[in-house]
Design a protein. Sequence first.
Length: 267
Amino acid sequence: MTSEFCEVTNFSRRNSCDASKGFLMELARDKPISVVVPALNEGREIGECLTSLTRQTFPPFEVIVVDNGSTDASASIARAHGAQVIHEPKRGISYAREAGFRTARAHIIASTDADTVVPPNWLERIHRTFDEDPKVIAVFGPFRHKPASASSSLANYLAPYFERGLMLGQRVTWRLGSPHFSGANFATRREAFLRVRGFHSPKDGRIYSTWEDIQLGLKLHRMGKVCYLPDLVVLTSARKLRPANAWNILIDSSKKGFLLHVMGKPL
């Protein structure tokens, strides 16, 4: 299958139904979407994330929280919200995402993060994109930061500029044929995920050590049609944004980008 791309905006809403906590507790056998949320000591954030999922305008779906070795109340909070909790003992978000995606039973698997809040129509938009075009094998969208969620006033001031740069970069790389998925906001058909071997490197079979979301997106783009939804925005925490580390982050990202895109080496 040759790679294709599309960009979709401004969906009109069709029939919707109220989502509630009970939806998360139902069996997923007949659910069209599974949502995977990796978590490591996310007790302060995960409740807000799961609450946003209970407010979806989409019919019942399953939520899988992957506890990656938490020592706080992350797992119990997830269960209290009706999510299925599985445990991945090997530390690392790539391992957690892989475990969650492999556990998912629906035909479409959506990914978000424990410190992220999704809009009420998130799953509705995702499902409609797949439903209206059977050729689409993956979709992704941007993220912005939650207001005042950084660790300092300076970081909160800089956060909007930082996220604009990220959104611009995501759009530019998309136009250049290299979609950069964010783990907080993408979805794929389960069959396509399995066909590209998920978060495993096609060269040596190992789990990606970093940028697992981006590398999955590149594999899916080579396989088939991927859609970018620029107005389907999620809000994520800016707690890791620290001005003192900005230069180091820029250098590290540049090195990773060079190894991945120029040298063709999996990370």
